[in-house]
Design a protein. Structure first.
Length: 311
């Protein structure tokens, strides 16, 4: 059973030389933790927001976004509002941006449909002590980690079936980050939620998630189980991300950054978008349109070399 099913989603925005998203496909099942990984501008947040029917103003979309069989892109009016209010919830990177600084925490939760007693129960469920007192506090009285728990409680108030976490822990210290990730996993187990985690940290994704989608310039360049992707990365971009990420106990020398810069929406290309930064590129890569190809151990990679291996 699939909870979220995005298939061949292409999104174009006015004035851009290339699509914001190019034939993106991914799935999330109930109780599954799936990661979207990539550099800034790769299309991670846009892909996640498509589950809410939130695409850039003036954009044109093709392909499909289905939530439990319902075509999200076809929803309008009250049907779309009901979907956003109940089926899917999003937790953003900065909890202070989601909270009104002059309103109390309890107001934030009751505005999302929770009763006063339910609000206290929600705060307790996300690990906040003295929940009744927290309801009377304002955001400036709580730490960053506590505020992130409040925002997660607000997301759970509508009892969603899919939770989107957009860099929800990157602004926190590592200890608090681990606590929040453990909390999200516990909530997944308790409520059977599907969880889509957006992160820059490939090591975190490999350690925490069931499956990982790696995005570059609006394309999904690799889709694997977390174990397979970390142990035998198939796409040169994935290997580049791993090689430039510091890790405890590493014996392979200092991090090696990927040369060049990611393409902007003003950059058009005929072939693989990674070709100018890839140390393994061949002349044919400049004209070969990325197509996901099966890789050993399961999953896919959109690389000409992997395509050649299957021929």
């Amino acid at each position: 059973m699939t909870l979220l099913d995005i298939e061949e989603l292409t999104v174009r925005v006015p004035g851009a030389a290339r699509p914001l998203l190019a034939a993106v496909s991914l799935t999330v099942a109930p109780g599954e933790v799936v990661a979207l990984v990539g550099e800034s501008g790769s299309g991670k947040s846009t892909t996640a927001k498509a589950a809410l029917g939130l695409l850039p103003a003036g954009s044109e979309a093709s392909g499909s976004v289905r939530f439990d069989g319902t075509d999200v892109l076809a929803l309008t009016g009250e049907s779309l509002r009901a979907h956003r209010a109940g089926s899917v919830a999003m937790v953003h990177q900065d909890p202070r941006a989601a909270l009104n600084p002059v309103r109390r925490v309890g107001d934030f939760l009751t505005e999302r449909g929770a009763s006063r007693s339910e609000a206290a129960e929600l705060l307790a469920s996300v690990g906040l002590t003295e929940p009744a007192r927290r309801l009377r506090q304002r955001p400036h009285e709580l730490s960053g980690g506590m505020l992130q728990r409040v925002v997660i409680a607000g997301a759970l108030a509508a009892r969603p079936r899919l939770l989107l976490a957009d860099e929800a822990t990157s602004a926190l210290d590592v200890t608090t980050q681990a606590d929040i990730l453990d909390l999200l996993r516990a909530l997944r187990d308790e409520h059977g939620l599907g969880l889509l985690l957006i992160t820059h940290d490939l090591h975190l994704a490999a350690a925490y998630c069931d499956r990982v989608y790696v995005m570059y310039a609006g394309h999904v360049v690799e889709a694997r189980t977390a174990d397979a992707l970390f142990e035998t990365p198939a796409h040169p971009y994935t290997r580049g991300l791993l090689s430039c990420s510091p890790a405890l106990g590493a014996t392979t020398g200092p991090p090696r950054p990927i040369p060049g810069r990611p393409p902007s929406l003003a950059d058009a290309f005929d072939g693989c978008p990674f070709v100018d930064r890839c140390g393994e590129a061949e002349p044919a890569c400049g004209s070969w349109r990325p197509v996901p190809a099966p890789v050993p151990g399961g999953g896919t990679a959109a690389c000409l070399k992997e395509k050649a291996h299957q021929s």
